[in-house]
Design a protein. Sequence first.
Length: 189
Amino acid sequence: MKRSTLLLAVCALAVVYAFQAAETTNDKDVVQGGGKLQWSDYKGKVDTSKKTDAYSYVLFSYNHQITGDSVRVVMKNTFFRKYSWAKESAKTKERLHHEQGFFDIAEVNARRFRKLMTTMTIYKNTANKQIGTAYSQAIKDRAKEQGQYQKETEYGKNKVKQAEWDKKIKEQLKLLEKFAGQAVKVRMK
């Protein structure tokens, strides 16, 4: 019980931070989901305590607004330039391609969330809880998929696995293209 309460508290803080970060940045500070990354987007200070050579700070944030019997849900997938960094030695075409994969996996998961919002039954009296629960699950799913990506591709060094993931990600983005927009509107019961 204590562990689930702690997890819920951490998720809640992440949501609050996501909203604050999203509200205090302007378009030049971020790349929205679906965008292509360049090394010039990595403007953060290198964290020498990390084992990795590059770090992409990608954040989900959502909000929703209930009006009458409808709910408008906005899910953003955002890459933050000022928190993303790369060591000079890592700035290769292959590594940037690998980092793009993290951003694209996050976009796939954002689209899956938007799709879920349009297919699940949302009730007026439990909409906040239902959407919050779905969002928490989307965060877990994204983290799991990105971890699997990192492990299987070996930070992009395993070219065969990287190519397999590239194909999978591209197929998912295409399949979920209808949900590329940040907002969906759903009628509640």
